[in-house]
Design a protein around this ligand. Structure first.
Ligand code: ATP
Ligand code: MG
Length: 613
C-alpha cells in the first residue's frame, strides 16, 4: 500500500470516530446549556415571584402605622405628626399686644431700661404661660441691651422650658435656643455656641414644634452654620414626601414612589375618616429593612430610572407595578449557577478531553509506527540494492580471474601469483561480507556468543594494522600506526578486530582524495582506546546521531556514489556495547573523521566462556 493510501486509510479509521465523538460532545454540551438556561430562567422567575410576595406582605403590615419607625423612615399621623415643617403656618396663640405696651414704651420710647426690666420681671411671674413667655422674651432682650449678657442667657433658658408657648410667632423653645445662639455668637463664645446650636438642630429635627417651611429653613440654616453639622437632608426629604401625600387628598390606602429632589421616597398611607397616616421610607430604609428580606439578586427600579439595591447586568426577570401592585418594578437577576449543572458539565468536558487526548495519542502512535515501518521498508530496499552490488564486485573479479587461470591465458608465473593473491582477496572480502551479515543478524537477535580471552594489546594491534595495510596498499593507501601500549585486556579478539576493521574500512572508503589513514592505540587506568582517523569527506552534524543505526547511510556518502550496506557502524556499536565500552566521534566536514572506541580492560562480555588465547 502506498504511503498516501496508508495515511488516507488511517485518517478514515481514526478521523471518523473522532468526528463522531466531537459531534456527540457538541450536541451534549448544547443540550446541557439549553437545560441550564431553562433552569436559570425558572429559578429567576421563582425568585421574582417570591420577592413580590415578601415585599407585598411587608408593605401591607399594619404595624407600619403603629410602631415607631427605624431610622430612615418617618411615620406621620395625627395628632402629632413629627414633621420638620408644615406647608402652612401653624397657629401661634400669643397674649394681646397691649399686655406688654407699658413695658415696651419704657424700653423703646423712654429708654428706661431698669424700669422696663422690672416691669417685664413682674409680667414674667404671670400665671398665664403665654404672658410669661412674652415677658421672658422681652426681659432677655432688655437685659442684653443693658449689657447683662449672662442674665439674658439665663432668661432665654427659662423661656426654653415653656414647651407650648409662642413668642414672635415661633415656638418658645426654638425662639429661646436660637436667641441664645445669637447672643453667644455676638459675644464670641464659640464652644458653647456649637453645643447650643447642636441642641437647636436636634430640637428642629425632632419635629416636636412644627414650623412653617420658610421659618424651618431659616432656623435649620443658622443651626447648621453654628454647629458645623449639615441639615438633616433625609428627614427633610421624608417630611416633604409626607406633606405631598397629605396635600394630595389620597385614596383610603395606597403606596407610591415620590421623586423628591431626585430621591425615590417610598410612601405608604392609610386613611380613616378622621385621620391620615403616612409612612415614608428612604431608599436606604427600603434596602435595609425590606429588600434584604426579599432574597439575593433582587433590586427595585422606579419609572424615573432610579434604582434601589445593587442592579445586576445579568439577565433578570421583571415584575412591573401594574401586575405586582407594588410601587416599584421588582427585578430578579440570574441566581448563581446551580452546582450540579456546572459540575456535570465540567465532568463531561473532562471526559471529552480525555477521549480527545486518547484519540490524539493513538493517532500519533499509529502515525509514528506507520512512518517507522515505511522508513524501514525504504532502508531495506536500499540495503538490498547496496548488498547486491557489494556482492557483485568481488564475484565479478573472481569470475574473471578464474576464467583467465582456466584458459591458461596468464603469460608469466609472476602474473599468475598476483592473480592468485587478487583471487584470495576477493574471496576474503566476500567472506567478510557474508560474516558481517550473519553476525549482524545474530547480534540483533541476541544469538551471537562472544569468546572472551586475554588479549595482548600491542601484538593484536600490530597484526591488525599489518593485515589492513596489505589489504589496501594496492589502492595506494598507507596506514600509519604507532606501537600500542603493552597491556592485556579481556575481550573477544575476533569481534574486536572486526570492529576495528570496519572503522579502518570506512576510513579508506570515505577518504576521497586522501591516501593516509591512521590507527592509534592508547590507554588509561580503566580502558584501552583505539582511534581511527582519516582525512576524507567528514560527517555532517545532522547525520551523526543516526550513524550507528542499521542501514543508515549519510547523505554525503550517497551523493559521492560510495557503495555500502549501512551495517558496518551498527556492528561496531553492537560489539563495543557488548564489551561495556563507548564510542566517540569527532568529524569536520571536508576535513576528516576520527572515531574512537574505548574498551574496558576488564570488559564484562555477556554469556561467554573465558578461554585463554
Ligand atoms: P558497510 O555496511 O558496507 O560498512 P557503510 O560504510 O555505508 O556500509 P557504515 O560503515 O555503517 O556503512 O557507515 C554508515 C555511514 O556512515 C556511511 O554510509 C557513511 O555515510 C558514514 N561514515 C562512516 N564512516 C565514515 C567516515 N570515516 N567518513 C565519512 N563518513 C563515514
Ligand atoms: Mg562501512
Amino acid at each position: 500500500m502506498s504511503r498516501r493510501r496508508l495515511i488516507s486509510a488511517f485518517a478514515i479509521v481514526l478521523g471518523l470516530p473522532a468526528l463522531t465523538v466531537a459531534w456527540l460532545a457538541w450536541s451534549l454540551l448544547r443540550q446541557d446549556q439549553a437545560l441550564e438556561k431553562q433552569r436559570l430562567f425558572e429559578s429567576r422567575e421563582l425568585a421574582a415571584s417570591q420577592a413580590v410576595q415578601t415585599l407585598s406582605t411587608l408593605l401591607a403590615n399594619p404595624r407600619l402605622f403603629t410602631d415607631p419607625p427605624a431610622p430612615g423612615a418617618l411615620l406621620a399621623h395625627p395628632p402629632t405628626p413629627p414633621l420638620l415643617f408644615l406647608n402652612e403656618t401653624p397657629p401661634a396663640p400669643e397674649p394681646p399686644r397691649d399686655t406688654f405696651h407699658p413695658a415696651e414704651s419704657l424700653e423703646f420710647q423712654q429708654n428706661a431700661l431698669p424700669q422696663a426690666i422690672a416691669l417685664y420681671r413682674t409680667l414674667a411671674a404671670s400665671p398665664d404661660a403665654r404672658v410669661r413667655a412674652g415677658a421672658l422674651f422681652r426681659l432677655a432682650r432688655c437685659l442684653h441691651k443693658a449689657g447683662r449678657t449672662d442674665a439674658a442667657l439665663d432668661t432665654y433658658l427659662a423661656l426654653a422650658r415653656l414647651q407650648s408657648a409662642f413668642v414672635a410667632g415661633w415656638p418658645a423653645p426654638i425662639a429661646a435656643l436660637w436667641s441664645r445662639c445669637l447672643l453667644l455668637e455676638s459675644s464670641g463664645r464659640s464652644q458653647p455656641l456649637r453645643s447650643e446650636a447642636r441642641e437647636l438642630s436636634q430640637l428642629l429635627a425632632s419635629g416636636r414644634h412644627p414650623l412653617a417651611r420658610p421659618a424651618y429653613s431659616a432656623f435649620a440654616d443658622d443651626a447648621a452654620r453654628w454647629s458645623g453639622s449639615p441639615r438633616p437632608d433625609q428627614l427633610e426629604l421624608l417630611t416633604e414626601a409626607a406633606l405631598a401625600i397629605q396635600a394630595s387628598d389620597p385614596p383610603p390606602s395606597g403606596r407610591t414612589i415620590l421623586l423628591i429632589r431626585n430621591t425615590p421616597i417610598t410612601a405608604v398611607w392609610s386613611r380613616t375618616p378622621s385621620r391620615l397616616s403616612v409612612f415614608v421610607a428612604s431608599p436606604d430604609y427600603v434596602l435595609r429593612h425590606w429588600l434584604s428580606r426579599a432574597g439575593p439578586g433582587i433590586w427595585l427600579r422606579h419609572d424615573s430610572g432610579a434604582t434601589i439595591g445593587p442592579p445586576s447586568s445579568a439577565q433578570a426577570s421583571i415584575r412591573y407595578p401594574a401586575e405586582s401592585r407594588l410601587p416599584w418594578a421588582v427585578l430578579a437577576a440570574t441566581p448563581p449557577s446551580p452546582q450540579d449543572l456546572s459540575s456535570r458539565r465540567r465532568l463531561l468536558l473532562l471526559l471529552l478531553a480525555a477521549v480527545a487526548i486518547l484519540t490524539l495519542a493513538g493517532a500519533y502512535a499509529v502515525l509514528r509506527s506507520f512512518r517507522r515501518e515505511l522508513a524501514l521498508a525504504r532502508l531495506q530496499e536500499d540495503f538490498l540494492a547496496a548488498v547486491s552490488h557489494e556482492f557483485c564486485t568481488p564475484l565479478t573479479s573472481i569470475r574473471q580471474i578464474s576464467e583467465s587461470l582456466e584458459d591458461n591465458r596468464v603469460p608469466s608465473e609472476e602474473k599468475r601469483a598476483a592473480l592468485h593473491r587478487s583471487l584470495s582477496r576477493a574471496t576474503h572480502r566476500l567472506q567478510r561480507l557474508v560474516e558481517d551479515l550473519l553476525d549482524f543478524r545474530r547480534m540483533q537477535s541476541g544469538a551471537l556468543v562472544y569468546h572472551r580471552s586475554l588479549v595482548s594489546v600491542r601484538p593484536f594491534t600490530a597484526s591488525l594494522a599489518a593485515d589492513f595495510q596489505r589489504e589496501v596498499e594496492d589502492h595506494g593507501f598507507t596506514l600509519q600506526s604507532s606501537p600500542a601500549p603493552d597491556l592485556q585486556l579481556l575481550a573477544d579478539p575476533e569481534a574486536l578486530a572486526r570492529a576495528l576493521w570496519n572503522l579502518l574500512d570506512n576510513a579508506v572508503k570515505y577518504s576521497a582524495a586522501a591516501r593516509t589513514v591512521e590507527l592509534h592505540c592508547s590507554s588509561n587506568e580503566t580502558s584501552i582506546q583505539w582511534s581511527v582517523r582519516d582525512h576524507g569527506i567528514g560527517i555532517s552534524p545532522s547525520d551523526r546521531p543516526h550513524l550507528f543505526q542499521r542501514f543508515y547511510r549519510a547523505e554525503a556518502a550517497r551523493r559521492s556514489g560510495i557503495r555500502g550496506a549501512g551495517i558496518g557502524l551498527a556492528i561496531v556499536h553492537e560489539i563495543v556495547k557488548a564489551h561495556g565500552g563507548g564510542i566517540d566521534l569527532y568529524s569536520i566536514e571536508g576535513q576528516g573523521t576520527t572515531i574512537t572506541i574505548s574498551i574496558p580492560i576488564a570488559s564484562p562480555i555477556e554469556g561467554a566462556p573465558c578461554t585463554a588465547s
